[in-house]
Design a protein around this ligand. Structure first.
Ligand SMILES: C[S@@+](CC[C@H](N)C(=O)[O-])C[C@H]1O[C@@H](n2cnc3c(N)ncnc32)[C@H](O)[C@@H]1O
Length: 271
């Protein structure tokens, strides 16, 4: 095989898991995500994806989460045609191509330098699209980001990998740099982190998870400019229709049992 060699470990390697899940879902008939770029990237990368043990249920779950975020991002720039989008811990996610923002929107994808270097090799560049090669927690990168435009900040699959004190510090600095906007990310309870540690796909990467959020209002106390808007159940039963029976049952219980929802959910804030 003469594909693109990757040498990623720990939290960085988890981007191959989410990429592969989205690619698998995109190969299914009636795909929700139709992520042609993810599928092509997987075909170009020289890596044994089978070691990540990603099955179609996980792929469908990841696609549902990604699509939910895509719809919110599109809605944000429909309301704010001069918006900026900050996509933190972007990995190899191809949201920019899926949502195809209009001319007036500037988009910033942020991840570690080796991840951004890999992105550059795999995906085309486009106008108003900026790649920032830095840990999200080394906040000098914010100087590259305009301050006075409405901002949509998205982080998908990032927060559990941050240290518990790093997350609130990152969001504090972001909202003091930016004038106004929204923040959306997936958050996990302590029990949710335990399940992530047991998850065979996450285990295969050796990634460690740290930051748990039990109550969305915790973050309002730590970052007073943030206003909690909603907890979105990404896993709607109608979306899960193509999953296996056990996964479908879990999704149904998830919707109705608050303790289960806390395991992993999408949170939306305004600032
Ligand atoms: C599970 S992957 C998710 C990737 C992508 N958001 C997606 O949904 O496909 C986690 C991502 O977070 C990134 N990440 C973790 N900690 C980071 C940090 N401190 N700074 C920048 N990126 C980070 C990893 O490099 C990886 O790309």
């Amino acid at each position: 095989m003469f594909g693109e060699k990757v040498n990623l470990t720990g939290a960085r390697e988890t981007l191959l898991l989410t990429l592969y899940g989205k690619a698998l879902e995109s190969r299914l008939p009636h795909s929700l995500l139709e992520d042609r770029f993810a599928d092509e990237a997987v075909r170009k990368i020289d890596y044994d994806f089978s070691r990540l043990k990603v099955d179609s249920n996980l792929g469908i779950g990841l696609a549902i989460r990604a699509k939910t975020l895509d719809v919110h991002v599109q809605d944000f720039f429909a309301r704010n045609p001069d918006a900026i989008v900050l996509h933190l811990g972007c990995g190899l996610d191809t949201r920019i191509f899926r949502v195809d923002p209009p001319e007036g929107v500037d988009w910033f994808d942020v991840d570690y330098p080796d991840v951004i270097a890999l992105r550059r090799r795999l995906y085309p560049s486009r106008q108003h699209y900026h790649l920032i090669a830095s840990s999200v927690t080394e906040l000098d990168w914010l100087t590259e980001v305009p301050r006075n435009r409405p901002a949509m900040v998205v982080a998908e699959g990032l927060t559990p990998y941050l240290a518990a004190e790093e997350g609130p510090r990152l969001f504090s600095r972001l909202v003091s740099h930016l004038a106004s906007g929204e923040l959306m990310f997936d958050a996990y309870s302590h029990f949710g982190l335990k399940l992530l540690r047991l998850n065979p796909s996450v285990r295969a990467t050796g990634a460690e998870v740290h930051w748990a959020i039990e109550d969305p209002h915790e973050l309002e106390r730590a970052v007073p400019k943030l206003r909690f808007v909603e907890d979105i159940s990404a896993y709607k039963p109608e979306h899960a229709a193509r999953m296996g029976r056990v996964a479908k049952l879990f999704v149904r219980l998830w919707k109705y049992i608050p303790a289960l929802r806390k395991i992993g959910r999408l949170l939306r804030y305004r600032f």
